[in-house]
Structures are given as C-alpha cells and as structure tokens.
Design a protein around this ligand. Sequence first.
Ligand SMILES: Nc1nc2c(ncn2[C@@H]2O[C@H](COP(=O)(O)OP(=O)(O)OP(=O)(O)O)[C@@H](O)[C@H]2O)c(=O)[nH]1
Ligand SMILES: [Mg+2]
Length: 439
Amino acid sequence: MFGKLTEKFTNLFADLKGKKQLTEDNIQKAVRDVRLALLDGDVSYKIASQFVSRVKEKALGDEVLRSVDAGDQFVKLVHDELTALMGSEEVPLRLKAGKTVIMICGLQGSGKTTSSAKLAHYIQKNFEGKKVVLAALDLQRPAAIDQLETLAKQIDVPVIAERGSSPMLVAKKALEADCDVLICDTAGRLHIDEELMGELKAVKEILDPQEVLFVASATIGQDAVKTAAEFDEKIGITGSILTMLDGNARAGAAISILEVTKKPLKFEGVGEKVDAFQLFNPKSMADRILGFGDVINLVKKAEANIEKSEMEEMEKKLKKGSFSYEDYLKQMKMLSRMGSVKGLLSMMPGASQMGDLEMPEKEMGRAKAIILSMTHKERQGLEELIPSRRHRLARGSGTHIDDVNKLVKTFKRMGSAMKQMKGMKKMMKDPQLRRMMNA
Ligand SMILES: Nc1nc2c(ncn2[C@@H]2O[C@H](COP(=O)(O)OP(=O)(O)OP(=O)(O)O)[C@@H](O)[C@H]2O)c(=O)[nH]1
Ligand SMILES: [Mg+2]
C-alpha cells in the first residue's frame, strides 16, 4: 500500500534483527533511517524530527526491557509512536438522539461524493433502524447530482437535490427531510477560492452540523494535511476521512493529519465500491505502514464473509499444492464478495515484498473470462499453457494475449499469496507478533 516507505521499514527492521541491546551507536543509523523513511512517505520535516527524537529517547530510556531482543523493541517503539501519532484508538461515530447532520467537504476529486455514499451505507449497516438521507449540495458540476443519485440507488438511500438551485437553498430543504441522519455532499473547492469557501461557510451556518468531515486523498500526502488545516481554520472541521488508501497512497496524510489539525481521522476509504470504507484504526494503519500487513482487518473481514467450509476446502488444496485455475476462479469470486481485491491483497502480511499484486475490477473480469475459456484439463493445471493455447484463450475470451500472459503470471504469484493467508492463523498465535499488536 505505501510501497517504498513500507519497504524501507522492512529493510530497516531486518537490519536490527538479532541486536541484543539498543545503544547510542546501533540506534544512530536506525533512527536516521526512520527519519528518511518518513520524509520519503511525505511526512513533514518537523513531524519526522519530533517523531524520531521521541523514539530515540524511549529507546535509550529506562522503559526498554533489557532482556528482550533490541531489534524487536525498536520495531515496537516505532509502531507505538506511529499509533499514538495517529490517535491510538478508533473514534466511533456517535449519532445524536434527534437528527444528526454531517457535512462533507474537501478538495476537488478527493472522494467526497463517494465517501458521502459510503458513510450512508456504513450507518445503514452499523446503526440498525436509522434512516439516512443524502443531500446534493454540489451545484458546481452538472453531473454531480447524477453521480450521487447513482451511488444512492445502489444502497437504497433517498437524495435531496434541486437542479439550478443554490447550495444554501438545498441545505434548507434538506434539513426538513424526515430522517435520523442527513449527510450533505458539497462541491470540491480550493482554500484560495474565497468565494466558494464563503459559500461553504454559509452552508455550514444553515446546517449547523454535528460533524464536518474533511475528505483527504492519501495520494497527495503532506499537501492534504496543509489543506485540512486551512479548511479547519476557515470553516471548522470535526475530523477527517482519508481516501484512496488502496491505490498509490503516501503515508504522510495518515501520519500527520491529526497532529496538525488536532482533529481525529475518523474513516478510511479503501476502494471505489460503497462498502470499501471503515473506521480509521490507528493501530492497524501503523501495521500497514510498517509492513506487518493488516492482519487484524483481513482476518475480521475474511471471517465475516467466507464460509468456513470453503476456506477449509481451499486449505486442503493448498496443502496438497493443487491450487488450480478452477480454484483461482472460485477465489476471485470469494474475494470480490469480500470487497476490493486490491485492498485485500495489500493487507496481507508481506504483500509489499511480493511486488505488484493489484488486480482492478476490470482486470478481474478479463481473468474470469480467460479461465472460463479454458478446457477442463487446462483449468485443472493438467496441461501447460503453451503459446498457441494462450492465443486461443485470448481469442476465446475476447481479450488480448498480454492479458492471458498477465493472468498466468498473477496466478503463480497468487499461489504464494494464498500460502501466506494459510500461514496467517499460525501467525496470529505467534507470541511476539501478538505482543506487538496488542501492546
Ligand atoms: N480507489 C479508490 N477510488 C476512490 C476512493 N474514493 C473515491 N474514489 C474515486 O475517486 C474518484 C473521485 O471521487 P469523487 O467521490 O467523485 O470525488 P469528489 O471529491 O466528490 O469530486 P468532486 O465532486 O469533483 O470534487 C471517483 O472515480 C471515485 O470512484 C477510494 O477510497 N479508493
Ligand atoms: Mg463530488
């Protein structure tokens, strides 16, 4: 997920492995490496420096247990500091007894409209019986209302909208809606655009919302943090939502947004689908940044969605080493039930070391078509996919030979990823890892 940053941390921790004690000498390089890794993840110089001085102080201080492996302790210190910087605990959403009004704001294209719908869906799932209504206060972009309506339809939530009106008028109308929670999507804007910021302020005054959530895209790192601070100063925010964590994310925003705005990071968006959304969990984010893989989230999700028998059957196959294209097809279907494949794979422990395992929706569709074009023997892996066969598969599935080659390559990598998944249960029992995760 965080690519290079995670890789740097992984290498750094490997370097420390086996060191018995933390000394001024051996942590010198480690501390420097942490600072560089943070800067590389687009964390500001100031925050990175404060971070490493706290780690260093603790590493050399009395809190360190002399009997425990020094490398492990250093990892734990970095993990703890990261977790603390991001807020330590999840911040659950609280709904008022009467009507809760939530206003969503942020830069253009940061994911506001998608997050509005995701949040509506989250409330449907987690607050049974609460009626949610969405309001389209983005009248800047002609297609904005359609986009919100399309998303709302998927989750069966009504939308208050009025073409050709003003955000203020729609806000007033939306307040009259019969519901428990009103979520208002607004137009994207730049903080330097005084007029639009003024309008947003006016909308906020009308809505008098309990929550003003700033939506930040994780792809822009530190810039997202600066903008959050500016929105907070001008409009006043109560928290933020970090989006695009499934893509080419930088850790900068996650790590510093709380420190800079003093407002908690409440939710995270991990894909384009409406259910690719969850409470922001500082501990699990620290895991992901450091490359432990988001074991906790993955396990929770997997448990909820995979029927046990399917899992056992798959495990048996893996043990026998007979994972076939047929199984791969099944696996893809399971994974799409569990949410985005990209999101899931990036959560696996060590995924950062396995290279690019991402598989966007479209590509998955092509992969399924190719497997469906295979003969029975090919699907079972009983026949080598030689070039002439690959060309036939491309023709048969209406795809390109490159797609077939890519599928074969991914299939092989998938095999090793699945082995990791199998090892997960064992890992959860690993006392050292548990200590790190529970501490
Ligand atoms: N991969 C990924 N894509 C996302 C996520 N959130 C939003 N998107 C996509 O990002 C694009 C922009 O999202 P929108 O929700 O339209 O963003 P917006 O802030 O409302 O944009 P404007 O209204 O134009 O300012 C869309 O294609 C979304 O599907 C996310 O968490 N992950
Ligand atoms: Mg929008």
